[in-house]
Design a protein around this ligand. Structure first.
Ligand SMILES: NC(=O)c1ccc[n+]([C@@H]2O[C@H](COP(=O)([O-])OP(=O)(O)OC[C@H]3O[C@@H](n4cnc5c(N)ncnc54)[C@H](OP(=O)(O)O)[C@@H]3O)[C@@H](O)[C@H]2O)c1
Length: 280
């Protein structure tokens, strides 16, 4: 059983989802099918991952693209940076919905703040229209720093419901997390294991905690996120690892163990800097 998080807009999101970055369009089909089979009910995709058509084929082949099964699934996708803006966002959304073979998405996100070419205010108006039309349930952003969240709020009167940011033991972005908590914005951690690098963090610390609990190193890190109340979207192409990554509710870290992982925070970004990067 995967626990859920209640969002400010009244929706409920499964706390764990499957990330599908760096899986090609053909390869993503069996990966999504196996995730649904082992119990995932939340998929995290993006136009920029170039595999929405494959995700759509997997949803259609399993029946999760409509009817009762669709209602059980949380489907997230993201707008390409180059398609920010009012008309372009509306157009992109139509194309993405067709590729995904669904009638609505649960969450649509601005993928990057693109601070050097800021159009998030115009983009947001398109998002709001799509929400009013019932085609998006929850509006989110990714990689927004407090200054971007402030700007969006000043221009639109609204904060996003979810902010998806890089977050793992060696890159905890506490200032962003604190800001989000104080504005009732749910935090979603991407690269929750630093793409695998944090499995070896702390000079064997994660490994020794894993041995004590009889779980894997991945489960220790993912459990730490769960205990922090963070939504996580670990990626794995292997069914066995997918299974492990949702099997997090049968053990707890001790207070000392949890604090020891807190203490691993450092300047170990695995991805890109939101101030200088764009997927375009
Ligand atoms: N919004 C954004 O800008 C943004 C940026 C980056 C990522 N994301 C999202 O976040 C998701 C996850 O991030 P990520 O893929 O960068 O990193 P991640 O989930 O931290 O790590 C994935 C890596 O860990 C391995 N792994 C997974 N489960 C494991 C286990 N139980 N034991 C050992 N190794 C395991 C995977 O290998 P195998 O696949 O071979 O198992 C893969 O190499 C992405 O897929 C994407 O949806 C969003």
């Amino acid at each position: 059983m995967i626990e859920t998080i209640s969002l400010r807009d009244g929706n409920t999101i499964p706390q764990i989802g499957l990330g599908v970055l760096r899986i090609d369009d053909e390869g993503v089909v069996p990966v999504v099918e196996s995730a649904l089979e082992v119990g995932y009910r939340h998929i995290d995709g993006a136009a920029g991952y170039n595999n929405e058509a494959g995700v759509g084929r997997a949803l259609a082949s399993t029946g999760f693209n409509n009817g009762e099964l669709r209602k059980q699934l949380w489907l997230t996708t993201k707008l390409r940076d180059s398609e920010q803006g009012y008309d372009s966002a509306l157009k992109a959304f139509e194309r993405q919905l067709k590729l995904l073979q669904v009638e609505y998405v649960d969450m649509y996100m601005i993928h990057w703040p693109t601070p050097f070419d800021w159009r998030s205010d115009e983009t947001w108006k398109a998002f709001v229209r799509l929400r009013e039309e019932g085609r998006i349930r929850t509006l989110g952003v990714c990689n927004f720093l407090p200054e971007h969240l402030d700007k969006l709020h000043e221009q639109t009167g609204e904060y996003p419901t979810v902010n998806q940011i890089e977050l793992h033991p060696t890159w905890q972005q506490r200032n962003v997390v604190e800001y989000c908590k104080s504005h009732d914005i749910a935090v979603e951690a991407y690269s929750p294991m630093a793409r695998g690098a944090d499995l070896k963090a702390g000079d064997g610390l994660i490994e020794s905690i894993a041995q004590k609990h009889g779980v894997s190193e991945a489960q220790v890190i993912l459990r730490w996120h769960i205990e922090n109340g963070t939504i996580i979207i670990p990626k794995s192409v292997h069914a066995e690892r997918q299974r492990q990554n949702i099997d997090l509710f049968g053990f707890s870290l001790t207070e000392e163990e949890h604090h020891a992982i807190d203490a691993l925070d450092g300047p170990q970004r695995a991805g890109h800097d939101p101030l200088t990067f764009t997927y375009a």
